[in-house]
Ligand binder design. Structure first.
Ligand code: CUA
Length: 323
């Protein structure tokens, strides 16, 4: 009983199929409730007939009426009900396959974070060491409300799966191919996305945030992300460059142009760090830099605990200021 109630508490909110914040999720939600209603109806009818035949009137029916019960109650009724549900489900298909009329965004699932490219023809998951066109960000996907956005999903390493339960169904991200997902958020808000395919040690910590905003705010966000960082004059910058961070991370507007890890140009503006792992602030940044393996077992970033603590904190403060 208690586990059931606890499970139900997750049915509302940022990460629920029942939160109804996208056209596809609403279709899936409707399908779920109708399927549940149909299943309950069939169950009640068949169990009711069984009870009627065995308990209420065990002796009153001859062989003929027994067969009639089985044919009509056990076969015909479930078949009709299931056929109705099938027709309803098929009727939802065109809605799920509608063409995009919004922006195109490439998302690449990588162990264990999300590379995001706005306004781009870039193919996700292909040659991540090469600079790609468009505007790169990570772990926080912005979407315009009311627009059918086309996502191009890929992976450079292993199979991941892109899933924002409140907005749409999940789609696998498979190395060597691009999968399309068209989704239409129907209300503004912040939602959680997860990786829905086991991809390694930190699979459970491979999350992201989705921020659904007005089309104008979306355009403004992409324009802001496209701009190089307003780089503050801070000792953390030198520490970042001298200790090899720039080999894997890019900060546009500086000499840091690494492409292996997340683009950090506007990292301080994101709500979380470590792919949804913890809140974005200098303290958490310092902890993550010192020991990613401790904060997120399986993370591919090496730890920097050998640096003086003051230097780690300086890097963290500088990154936090990259808004
Ligand atoms: Cu990526 Cu599971």
């Amino acid at each position: 009983m208690l586990p059931g109630l606890l499970a139900l508490t997750s049915c509302r909110g940022e990460q629920s199929t029942f939160a109804g914040a996208g056209a596809e999720a609403l279709a899936v939600e409707a399908l779920f409730w109708w399927m549940l209603a149909g299943a309950v109806l069939i169950w009640l009818f068949v169990i009711g007939l069984s009870v009627y035949a065995t308990v209420v009137h065990p002796d009153r029916h001859g062989e003929k009426s027994g067969i009639r019960l089985i044919v009509w109650g056990g076969c015909a009724f479930p078949v009709v009900t299931l056929a109705g549900l099938l027709a309803f489900g098929l009727g939802l298909m065109p809605e799920l396959r509608a063409e995009a009329n919004g922006p195109r965004i490439a998302v690449s699932g990588e162990r264990f974070w999300w590379r995001i490219h706005y306004g781009t023809e870039a193919l996700p998951g292909v040659q991540r060491s090469l600079p790609l066109e468009g505007v790169e960000s990570a772990n926080e996907l912005w979407l315009p409300v009311g627009r059918r956005t086309e996502l191009m999903l890929g992976s450079p390493d292993v199979v991941h799966s892109f899933w924002v339960p409140a907005i749409a169904g999940k789609t696998d991200m498979i190395p060597g191919r691009i999968n399309r997902l068209v989704l239409e958020p129907t209300r503004e808000g912040v939602f959680n996305g997860v990786c829905a395919e086991f991809c390694g040690t930190a699979h459970a910590q491979m999350g992201f945030r989705v921020r659904v905003v007005s089309p104008e705010a979306f355009e403004a966000h992409v324009a802001a992300q496209a701009a190089p960082a307003a780089v503050p004059d801070h000792p953390g910058r030198a520490a970042f460059m001298q200790n090899g961070c720039a080999a894997c991370h890019a900060v546009r507007g500086t000499e840091a142009a690494g492409r292996l890890g997340p683009d950090l140009t506007h990292v301080g503006s994101r709500r979380t760090l470590g792919a949804g792992l913890m809140a974005m602030n200098a303290d958490n940044l310092a902890r993550f830099i010192a020991s990613p393996e401790h904060e997120k077992p399986g993370a591919e970033m090496p730890g920097f605990a050998m640096l003086p603590q003051a230097e780690i904190e300086a890097i963290a403060l500088w990154l936090e200021a990259l808004q």
